[in-house]
Design a protein around this ligand. Sequence first.
Ligand SMILES: Nc1nc2c(ncn2[C@@H]2O[C@H](COP(=O)(O)OP(=O)(O)O)[C@@H](O)[C@H]2O)c(=O)[nH]1
Ligand SMILES: [Mg+2]
Length: 514
Amino acid sequence: MNTASVATLRGPLSVAVSQLCEHLKPALSRRTAAGLDEVLRRLAAPLQVAVAGRIKSGKSTLVNALIGRRVAPTDVGECTRLVTRFQYGTVDRVEVVLRDGRRQAIPFDATGMIPADLDHPLEEISHLEGYLTNAVLHDITVIDTPGLGSMDDASVARTEALLAAAPSPEGSELDPVSRSAVAGAEAVLYVVTQSVRADDQQVLAAFTAATAARDAGPVNAIAVLNKADTIAPESVQGADRDVWTAATVLGARQAAALRPRVADVLPMVGLLAETAETGAFTSADADALRALAGCDEATRLAMLLSADLFTTMDAPVPAAVRGRLLERLDLYGVRVALAAIDAQPGITAGDLRRRLLDASGLDALRARLDAVFRARADGIKAAAALASIAALAHGSGDPGERQRVHDAIEVLLQKPEAHQLRMLEALTLVTSGAVAMPEDLAAEVVRVGGSAVVAEQLGLPGRPLAELAGYALERAGWWRSFASFGATPAQSRVAHVVHRAYFLIWQGLRGDQR
Ligand SMILES: Nc1nc2c(ncn2[C@@H]2O[C@H](COP(=O)(O)OP(=O)(O)O)[C@@H](O)[C@H]2O)c(=O)[nH]1
Ligand SMILES: [Mg+2]
């Protein structure tokens, strides 16, 4: 299981990088070669996506929604303080991975979740591995993290250390330095809430921490503004007293502060997504909501004022059932459900669940995950692998070895088919601030490198081919002269790559036109 088989790789870039590894291995020390084996193994694995954000931002809830199963404990308990990797397996099981490398299978609890508390002392545990049969995990491995970006430095450090240690394979004898060189997530789903100030430096720091010091940018990072339902719309100008509009406005504001690290911040109600997607919404819940919808107007209004009133007022549904509804839907979800019942009194439980899902924002997040992560998994994985290879060579302490690896990477990057890798690299340099660019040019780099759809890359959606081709050629020329005349040396390297990207787009369009 140590060597990646080419058949399972994501695409041509991963193949090219794996060939590079195989080619280099015989010329390297045993230690570095072992590191390359690990790189090969990771290259063949699904894209590693870390869900990062502060404690209680709703990460585990969102993980459950994405996997389609309530499996990650939420709220309290020891396990919410551990990194858990959810990956595909043919039999559902959970393993505790101890710091000394031993693994122990543990049972799911009575509700099918990972138990909130474990028998082992926390400090002996490295992380948890969950193997699930859920189809989503074919393409991505979802890494639930504890409190990245929390105010508590110790927990940040702990998560960083855990993330770095997490992907060590069973029986691997990689030393810690090599391991951390290849570790870290390849992509991040960053969860923020309204209470996180948009200018908070920790928000940015956590991006990098989640990918174990590998730069994250719009290529491999998506952000959501979670708990949108808890926003008071009257406090947001331009929201027109509507919660979703308010969340969209706040999301746009946070995106502006986080740009160019992320393209945008999607509003989410993770709790509703979890409830609708994991089978937690039952026909008994639908019946209870129908009974509540039948209450007189005054009772309904009063009941929806606060969580307290909702559970304590006199109503034709037992308080315990109302408590459950609150836990699964919160007041916002109850409001959504009641409005759906008002509009269509005979609505089925299944349709009601669909309405809750529609109100959660999960469809938009899934679409984004597909567009950003899944569609570009090959490029993201190959770029991460190259960074790991460079880090391994750098850590080897042998200048000759370092040079050999460096040269081999350069040769690879010069090949025409590796252009996408160079574009990803340029994009990362610009979005991380490593290469300073005027704002409009930085935005253009993000646009060209941030999409695989030509019309989007050109910022001209829906326009005729001839116009797209003309524009691509014009921009190719502009970036070439910028590279030669207007730019600093660092900018010039980026500009060459952008020039080439436009040129390749133009070539492709010209071919399409004929
Ligand atoms: N109202 C509301 N509560 C949420 C939402 N998402 C999560 N929660 C609740 O927030 C609490 C913390 O969630 P959890 O997923 O454990 O956060 P984590 O620490 O980031 O993993 C739980 O009680 C969740 O039910 C949401 O979108 N809206
Ligand atoms: Mg959690």
